[in-house]
Write a protein that binds this ligand. Sequence first.
Ligand code: ATP
Length: 673
Amino acid sequence: MSPFRLSPSATASALTAVGTAVATLAAITERAHADSPFRFPYLSSPSAPPAHQTATGGSSGASDSSSLSSSTSSGGFDPESLERGARALREINSSPYAKQVFELMRKQEETRLAEIAVDKAKYQAVQTQADIEKQQKLAEEQQKLVQQQAQTKAQMARYEDELARKRMQTEHEAQRRQNVELVKMQEESSIRKEQARRAAEEHIQAQLRQTEKEKAEMERETIRVKAMAEAEGRAHEAKLTEEYNRRMLLERMNGERDKWIALINATFSHIEGGLKMLLTDQSKMIMAVGGVTALAAGVYTTREGTRVMWGYVNRILGQPSLIRESSMGKFPWSGIASKFSKKTQSSNASTGLTSFENRTTFDYIILHPSLKRRIEQLARATENTRSHQAPFRNMLFYGLPGTGKTMVAKEMARKSGLDYAMMSGGDVAPLGSQAVTKIHEIFDWAKKSSKGLLLFIDEADAFLCEITIYVSFEFTIYVSRDKHSQCKVCETFSTRNNKNMSEAQRSALNALLFRTGDQSRDTVLVLATNRPGDLDSAVTDRIDEVIEFPLPGEEERFQLLKLYLNKYIYARSELDSSWKTLFKKNHQNVVTEDLTDEIAREAARKTEGFSGREIAKLVAGVRAAVYGSSDCALDSSLFMEIVDFKVAEHYQRIKLSGEDDDPIKKQCIDLII
Ligand SMILES: Nc1ncnc2c1ncn2[C@@H]1O[C@H](COP(=O)(O)OP(=O)(O)OP(=O)(O)O)[C@@H](O)[C@H]1O
C-alpha cells in the first residue's frame, strides 16, 4: 500500500474538486483567451473531461460536470464549484499527499502542455505539410501555367504562322486575281480594238458596197431613162409618121381631084373644039362619034374608079373615133405590096421585124399548148363560119394584164381572114352623151367590111360593168416627219339601176346590148377584161366562148425569153435553136457566145409571176443595156443583172400595189368606211 494512498471516496472527491477547479480555471482561461487562435481541445468544450477523469469515475463525474455546467449556465458563475474546489483544496492541503497531488497536477499540466506542444508541432507539421502541398500545388499550377503559356505561345505562334500563311495566300490570291483581271482587261481591250477595227472595216466595206450599189442603181436608172426616152422617141416618131401619112394621103387625094378636074376641063374644051370642027368637017364627025364613045367609056371608068377610091378614103376617114386601131384602113394594094415584100424578105437570110409582125400564125404568141390549141380551133371555126355565112360567135378573153389577150384577138382576126378593129372600154366614159352615137357608128362602120369585122373591146369592164361609178380618194398619210406615202383607193358603188349611174354610160351599154342582141353575121365581138366578174350579166349572156389567159408557166417564160431575144436582140424572125450569133449594130460585131439556153432557163425560173408583157419589157431592157454599154456587147452576166433588177422591180411593184396586205391602204379603206 502506498503512503500517498487516499481513501477512494476522498480521492474521488479530491479529483472531482480538482476537476471542478480545473474546469473553473479552464473556463476562466477560455474566457481570457477567447480571442486567442490557440485553443486546447478540452478547454473549448466543457463537456469533454480530461482522460483520467473519464477513466476514474465515469458516471459520477459526468453527473457532477453536468450539475456544474447547469449551475454555471444558470448564473454565469457557479460559487458551489468554487466552494467545492476550495473544499477540495483544503482537503488536499490537509492531505499528506498534497504535494504529490500538486506534483501530479503539475506533471499533468506539463503533459498537457507537452501534448499541446506536440499538437502544436503536429499542427505546424500539418501546416508545413499543407504549405508544402500548397507550394507544390502552386509550383504545379505554375508549371501548368508555364506549360499552358508555352502551349498558348506555341498555339499563338502556330496561329500567327497560319495567319501569315493565310495572309500570304490571300495576298497571293489577290495578286493572282489582279493578274487575271489585268490579263482579262488586256484581252478585252485587244478584243475591243479588234472589234473596232472590224467595225471600221465593215463600215468601209458597207460604204464601198453602198457606193457600188448606188453606182449600179445609177447605171440602171440611166438604162431605164434611156429605154424610156427611146420608147418615147419611137412613139413620137410613130405619131409623126402617122400624121405625115395622113397628110400625104390628103394631099394625094387633093392632087387626084385637081387632076381629074383639069382632065374634065381639058376634055370639055376638047369637046367644044371637036364639036366646032364636027360641024365643019364630016370625016371629023365620024371621029367625034368614036371619040364620044371613048369618052363615055372613060367617064364611066373614071367614075367607077373614083367611087372605089372614095369608098376606101371614106373607110379611112370615116373610121369611128372610138376605134384605136383597125385593119380596114389599108388599101387593097397594100396587101399585095406586103405580100410582095414578104416574099422578097423571106428570100433574104436575115429577116427583120417587119416580116416577124406580118406572120399570120400563132407562132410568136407563146401560150400553154392546150390554150393555144383551143385558140387555133376557134380561129379556124371563125374562118369557116365566115366562109359558110353562118353567124359569128362572141368571145370573152379574161386574165391578168399583159398575158396576150389583145395579141390573140388580132391574130385570130388575121388568121380567120376578118378585118379587125380595136377599141378600149375606157374611152367610152369621157364621151358622155356622145357615147351612144359612137357605139352605133362603130357597128354601122363594121358593116362596111366585106370580110366581116372582129371588134375587140379591151378593158371591157370599164364600160360594160354593172358597177360604173368610180369614186377615187387620195390620202396622204404622214408616217414620220420626213417620210410619207401616198395611197390611192378606188371604191366602186352602185349598179346599172342605181340612180347615181351616168345616164350616158347606161345608154352606151344599152346601145351595145341592142346592137349585139342577135347573132351577127358581120361582127365578132371579142371582149377582154381583167375583172370578168364585174361585167354586166346581159353582156356575159351574149358571150359564147370564155377563155382564160393565165400567167405564163416556166416553159412558156423560157419560150417568151427566146422569142423576144430573137426579136429584139438578134432581130430574127425564126426561133433558132442556136442563140450563138452575131448582132450588128453601128457596124460593130457583138459576140454573145455564153448566152446559152441554160442561162435563159435560169432567167425563166427567176421570173416566176411575170406576164408576157413584162418578159417582153425585160428583154427590151436588156437591149437598152446593150446599147448603153461601151462595147455594145451582151454577155450572160449583163443579161442576168437585168433579169435580177427586173425581178426586184416586179416584186416592188406587187408590194406597192398589193391591196390586201398594204396596211396603209387598209387604213385608208377603214377611214373611208
Ligand atoms: N403570150 C404571149 N406571147 C408573146 N408575147 C406576149 C404574150 N403575152 C404578152 N405578150 C407581150 O406583151 C404585150 C402586151 O400583150 P397584150 O396587149 O396582148 O396583153 P393584154 O392581155 O391584152 O394586156 P391588157 O389586159 O393590159 O390589155 C404584147 O405586145 C407582147 O409583146
